[in-house]
Design a protein around this ligand. Sequence first.
Ligand code: TYC
Length: 102
Amino acid sequence: NDDPEGDTSVVTKTKSKTKRPPLYKVLLLNDDYTPMEFVVLVLERFFGLNHAQSVEIMLTVHKKGLAVVGVFAFEIAETKVAQVMDFARRNQHPLQCTMEKE
Ligand code: TYC
């Protein structure tokens, strides 16, 4: 505390904050054309989900319009989105996959 006149006093406390990396939700969007089996394959292949979980999430997207497929650190979420978009494009399906900060 720099206080040459002795008339003020400032106490500064530094907080030791442990910052966790922000997490990102990866979302799958519904459309009218991508076959259900293709979406199930995407969920199994890129998100490591079993067949039953994949069918369940696919049907949620189909009924509700979208669903969170998983929550990941930025780079991992980015990679998943790119893999899904690339796989859909190569197979000429309009399937859309996006990410958003949690
Ligand atoms: N709505 C599609 C159909 O009826 C199936 C579908 C499900 C498409 C999920 C995209 O993310 C999706 N064939």
